[in-house]
Design a protein. Structure first.
Lengths: 396, 161
């Protein structure tokens, strides 16, 4: 029974495909199979987007001691429908001097990149929409196209705020891509594969029947996960790192000149990017679709994945409700002076963990390595009593 | 199936390359150049060289294209100026093309039947890099680290006098 529930979507797909197998040529079956995967992926994540957009406003409202949306439907749950209709019938304004084609293509491409990167994440047992040997590499290759699309939005709008916002976005994306990639390295090293399914498979066992072998429970894994999460926040332009769209300075950054449905597409891409980076974090460090305790394995695998995803998304919203926006130079300093050295330390600590036997001894040794570097960095980077009088180099 | 894919990708890549060479606004040329890179990586995927295809996207779209775009943005001010037809450039391009065509036509491997394509997995590339090519890999790593440190030194903030 548990097995059937676990594989119910696989069976459903096989059943759908069974109409085509034998009657149509192979390539039609292949394309149909891909289309079913794409349809399922889009269906699930667009629904999740609609849900999370209303939940985010509800949770933020709760944190700020107000109601949040509560007029449309029960508890305001139909708010996304109302929002969608509003966005669709809004006037689509394109600036006269904008580059029409680039301006038009930017939101489409940015959403396409976000959707593509969702494809390689294993959502459950046998439930990876796009199985590819270098899945992790694919994720980052597609993600790196986002920078160009953000630039297209900023440049195509022919607006100084758009351009400044795009520049800021690209600067912080490039800076944080480095720690993001390097925090992934220890996991790839330990698993010795870039295949997301293999990474999840290696985290599937339990010590003494209740401690799962997730990488987040090792010192290097916990550090790498934290660094990964912060880098993910920056990559998806979320608070406290949303300077590219800082309203108080540059209107809405690269989205300034977009209205109506194009703006909604940017919004969608931001959320899909957030889902993708959280999904990858779950795959790499939080055991993918595995249950946290062995006796809970009867609950279907995809349920566990989406529970973990919801928790991570809640943390995203929680941070947005809690933290103020950081300054541009603070973000950059943090990336290069703290994140990058710590990310390299994770790689070394993972190697130490591996060569001291992957057991309790390795656990302590890798903890020692990380603690040493952390304290050294905190002494080295301490700015106490070292504040020079502020000088303005460019704005006098 | 793969022939159809080959033709489609070829048309896409070639037209993007042509657009990159002929479009008047430099920024459009840079963006179509990026489309051409995607076409080339699609070729790698078609040939079963998954890793090279991914790295092509990763390096050329994520880094080189962004670099080109930034270079244009930070240096050029005459974006609107249209350039005339460049005869010398066309002649040189044609000469290079004919030379390459001649070199390719002369190679012996054209007449040899190609071996069956086995897809080169990332796993295999990793194994080879870590065993037989470990020294070249380390040398490249040292070189890149030196380049990184050099770049950091170049942009270091100067101490106020």
């Amino acid at each position: 029974m548990a097995d059937l529930l676990d594989q119910i979507f696989i069976h459903a797909k096989q059943w759908l495909l069974s109409f085509a197998i034998g009657r149509a040529p192979d390539w039609i079956v292949q394309i149909a199979s891909s289309l079913i995967n794409i349809g399922a992926l889009l269906g699930v994540f667009l629904t999740l987007f609609a849900l999370i957009s209303v939940l985010e406003r509800k949770i933020l409202g709760r944190m700020q001691n107000r109601y949040g949306p509560n007029r449309v439907g029960p508890f305001g749950l139909f708010q996304p429908v109302a929002d969608g209709i509003k966005m669709l019938i809004k006037e689509d304004i394109v600036p006269t001097r904008a580059d029409k084609i680039v301006h038009f293509l930017a939101p489409i491409l940015i959403a396409a990149a976000a959707i593509l990167s969702l494809g390689v994440i294993p959502y459950g047992r046998n439930m990876t929409p796009f199985v590819i040997d270098g899945g992790i590499l694919f994720f980052f290759a597609v993600g790196s196209a986002t920078e160009l699309t953000v630039f297209m939005a900023g440049w195509g709008s022919n607006n100084k705020y758009s351009m400044l916002g795009a520049m800021r976005a690209i600067a912080q994306m490039i800076s944080y891509e480095l720690p993001l990639l390097i925090t992934v390295l220890p996991v790839v090293m330990i698993v010795s594969s870039l295949n997301p399914d293999k990474i999840v498979a290696l985290q599937g066992n339990y010590s003494f029947g209740f401690i799962p072998h997730w990488f987040v429970f090792t010192p290097w894994g916990a550090t790498a996960f934290l660094l990964f999460f912060v880098s993910g926040l920056v990559e998806s332009n979320r608070t406290p790192f949303d300077v590219p769209e800082g309203e108080s300075e540059i209107v809405a950054g690269h989205m300034t000149e977009y209205s109506g449905f194009k703006y909604a597409t940017f919004f969608l891409a931001e959320y899909l990017g957030m889902f993708a980076i959280s999904g990858l974090g779950i795959t790499l460090f939080l055991g993918g679709w595995h249950a946290p305790l062995q006796f809970l394995e009867f609950i279907p695998s995809y349920v566990w994945f989406f529970i973990k995803l919801s928790i991570l998304l809640f943390v995203y919203i929680w941070l947005r409700g809690t933290l103020p926006r950081t300054r541009v130079d603070q973000i950059m300093n943090f990336a290069w002076k703290f994140m990058l050295p710590m990310a390299f330390t994770c790689v070394i600590a993972a190697a130490v963990w591996h060569y001291t036997g992957r057991g309790a001894r390795g656990w302590l040794w890798s903890l020692a390595v990380i603690a040493l570097v952390y304290f050294a960095l905190s002494i080295f980077l301490d700015t106490k009593n070292k504040f020079a009088p502020r000088t303005y180099r460019f704005a006098e | 199936m793969s022939t159809v894919a080959f033709v489609v990708i070829s048309i896409l890549t070639l037209s993007a390359a042509l657009a990159a060479a002929t479009l008047h606004r430099l920024m459009h040329a840079a963006l179509t150049f990026a489309v051409m890179f995607i076409g080339i990586s699609a070729f790698f995927f078609l040939l079963g060289a998954e890793f090279v295809g991914l790295v092509q996207v990763f390096v050329y779209i994520g880094a080189v294209a962004v670099l080109i775009v930034f270079t244009i943005l930070l240096t050029r001010h005459d974006q609107e100026k249209t350039s005339e037809f460049n005869w010398s450039g066309t002649v040189i391009a044609l000469a290079v093309f004919v030379g390459l065509l001649w070199a390719i036509a002369k190679t012996k491997s054209l007449s040899v039947a190609p071996p069956p394509i086995e897809s080169i997995t990332v796993q295999r590339i990793g194994d080879i890099l870590m065993t037989s090519f470990v020294w070249p890999l380390q040398c490249v790593g040292v070189l890149l680290t030196a380049a990184l440190i050099g770049a950091l030194v170049l942009v270091l903030e100067e101490k106020p006098q």
